[in-house]
Ligand binder design. Structure first.
Ligand code: ATP
Ligand code: MG
Length: 304
């Protein structure tokens, strides 16, 4: 008889198996501790019984989704996220449902939420090297998404998780769309991260993600987003004017990159590939992070 192994988190020695099955059910999983509470249900640590593969199981209540008319958005989230394969994009292995609930089988992000991790830092901000390494991972992941015509539209610390090696995992594709978005902007997310074209309700494309990357870079380095104000209309005005102020501790390189991302006109923003070649990024990029970025692997083919 097989003895049950405890459901261990933070285990780096996951079995290297592919979770592929079109007919999942709750019987396939052992459920562990709750990982967190979402707006529409809870997330649990879980283990696929056959393979012993650790996952995060997100349980959503149909009734709540219906009440908020979110079924359409969830369908899109599943459709988009389940097709993306990138080390810095949270994998969705599959989904299943029963009478009352929908279950999403997600990659387990062993180090939890970026938002909480940021808040725990001294002064609530990251160092420049750490931020540069996060930016490189995000740029690489977004290049991958944009090449597949997927715009995330909601990049912010709350939607980023951390893997076991501290690597970024973009999660929450709830607001993502297939580009170009012909429809006029639906207001989504907090105002703080919205690009001018979104705030003004103009049409937009994948370059909204460049803007939000600039906001994120600022928040990582400073501890709060650049246009944060008590009153929303003030934030609104500061976004439209790109009223950017830097604290004294920021380096010239960091300010240069943020300024190049936070351009009012989408066509003026530095493209992702150029971001990866920016001197401030290259100056800080660690060998470890570099070795995991698909873009750098393509740029430096095997020497064999
Ligand atoms: P929504 O995504 O519907 O906007 P939410 O962001 O509030 O809701 P969820 O994404 O459902 O919440 O997740 C709730 C919490 O569970 C997260 O904040 C996080 O702490 C944890 N969590 C979610 N997914 C994972 C995962 N794949 N790995 C580890 N922890 C996770
Ligand atoms: Mg979330």
């Amino acid at each position: 008889m097989e003895t049950k192994q405890p459901l261990k988190e933070n285990s780096t020695n996951q079995p290297t198996v592919k979770l592929e099955n079109s007919e999942w059910s709750l019987d396939n999983f052992e459920i562990g501790r709750p990982l967190g509470k979402g707006k529409f249900g809870n997330v649990y640590l879980a283990r696929e019984i056959n393979t012993k593969y650790i996952v995060a199981l997100k349980v959503l209540f149909k009734s709540q989704l219906q009440k908020c008319q979110m079924e359409h958005q969830l369908r899109r989230e599943i459709e988009i996220q389940s097709h993306l394969r990138h080390p810095n994009v949270l994998r969705m292995y599959g989904y299943f449902y029963d009478e009352t609930r929908i279950y999403l089988i997600l990659e387990f992000a062993g180090n939890g939420e970026m938002y909480k991790y940021l808040k725990r830092q001294p002064n609530g901000r990251f160092s420049e090297p750490q931020t540069a390494n996060y930016m490189a991972q995000l740029a690489d992941a977004l290049m991958y998404c944009h090449a597949r015509k997927v715009i995330h539209r909601d990049i912010k610390p709350e939607n980023l998780l951390l893997g076991i090696r501290g690597e970024i995992k973009i999660a929450d594709f709830g607001w993502s769309v297939h580009a170009p978005s012909s429809r006029r902007t639906t207001m989504c997310g907090t105002l703080d991260y919205l690009a001018p074209e979104m705030v003004e309700g103009r049409s937009h494309d994948e370059r909204v993600d460049l803007w939000t990357l600039g906001i994120l870079c600022y928040e990582f380095l400073v501890g709060s987003p650049p246009f944060e104000e008590e009153k929303q209309d003030l934030t609104y005005r500061r976004i439209c004017k790109v009223d950017l102020k830097f604290p004294a501790h920021l380096s010239t390189g960091a300010k240069d990159l943020i300024t190049k991302l936070l351009k009012s006109r989408a066509e003026d923003r530095i493209p992702l590939r150029k971001l990866l070649e920016h001197s401030w990024i290259l100056q800080h990029l660690s060998d470890e992070v570099r070795s995991r970025l698909p873009t750098f692997q393509i740029m430096q083919p095997n020497k064999a």
